[in-house]
Design a binder for this molecule. Sequence first.
Ligand SMILES: Cc1cc2nc3c(=O)[nH]c(=O)nc-3n(C[C@H](O)[C@H](O)[C@H](O)COP(=O)(O)OP(=O)(O)OC[C@H]3O[C@@H](n4cnc5c(N)ncnc54)[C@H](O)[C@@H]3O)c2cc1C
Length: 321
Amino acid sequence: MKLLVHIEHDGVAVRRGSLSALRFAQDVAEKTGGSVQGIVLGSGLEAVASDASRYVSVSVADDPALGSVVAGSHAQVITAAVESGGFDVVVGTSTSAAKDTLGRVGGSLGGYMASDVVGHEVSDGDLLFKRPMFAGSAIATVRLNGGPQVVTVRDSSYEPCEPATEAGAITPVEASVTSGGVEVTGAPAAQGGRPDVTEAQVVVSGGRAWKSSEDFESHVGTLADLFGGAAGSSRALVDSGITPNELQVGQTGKIIAPQLYLALGISGAVQHLAGMRNSKVIAAINEDKDAPIFQVSNYGIVGDVYEVVPDLIERLKEADA
Ligand SMILES: Cc1cc2nc3c(=O)[nH]c(=O)nc-3n(C[C@H](O)[C@H](O)[C@H](O)COP(=O)(O)OP(=O)(O)OC[C@H]3O[C@@H](n4cnc5c(N)ncnc54)[C@H](O)[C@@H]3O)c2cc1C
């Protein structure tokens, strides 16, 4: 199979999630005797292209018109690349941006899509995907009866790939795009300059126990900073306007699997667990000893977050000093 991987980046380097998408693609190529090519889109891509080529040969669409991630424009370029390159499978990560872009690619090409893939196998030359259903309560095995196949994989399910022994080729591609009437006028900066929950090794998350944005920031945010990690949130806090949407972890938020997940005042509803239950170590603080979060936790403290978290912050500061 010939696979094209949509590589996301931060303007300088390849995002960790895309290395997981590359891992998936390389495995499929190996099992089917196929090949993998990357595609990078954006503006001012010299550093990104060089970083991406450490892993795979890349086509680079470097154009000011692609500077903002407008799904329609990016999809036009990827669609053209799939058509001219005769790719069988287009692969990306399960981010909102990639699902938006690649969904359009599938639509334009009359292709077939499997999103949120958490596993795969090749059986008699067919690619079979495993994907969660019902908030992760069941895992379906799916076969796409047609092509091209468009796949987004969960980075929490695939280890990032390693750099190749030899750098890949960098090939510029023509980007002829129409904006479709969309203009991006700005993007909010990440809160506190912290990493995104999908990229961090440690995620400190807060739930309804926190009464205000200020409380959240001075406790959950401070603890996240002490760990050099990301701040996350349950949907309850997002819905009440205490935390921004991009912090939400869960079925309708982000799906993550950090080394350490700290749940502070989160009950552990099934929709929240769907986003973090694959974390390597889970620790929870909750005043209710019967809170479901404790059922998936490796460590737990029964107590008031307004008392335990300041104490934890003090101890970590002392240990750091
Ligand atoms: C279709 C659908 C999709 C959803 N998607 C998501 C999703 O992506 N992510 C998500 O998180 N939710 C999602 N939800 C919502 C989910 O069902 C829960 O309502 C939500 O996760 C609850 O958030 P919470 O744990 O912060 O709040 P609660 O369930 O209210 O829990 C608060 C917890 O804090 C504890 N607590 C309170 N005060 C203190 C204190 N001072 N000290 C210590 N502990 C304290 C309580 O004992 C309780 O366990 C979704 C729901 C639906 C229907």
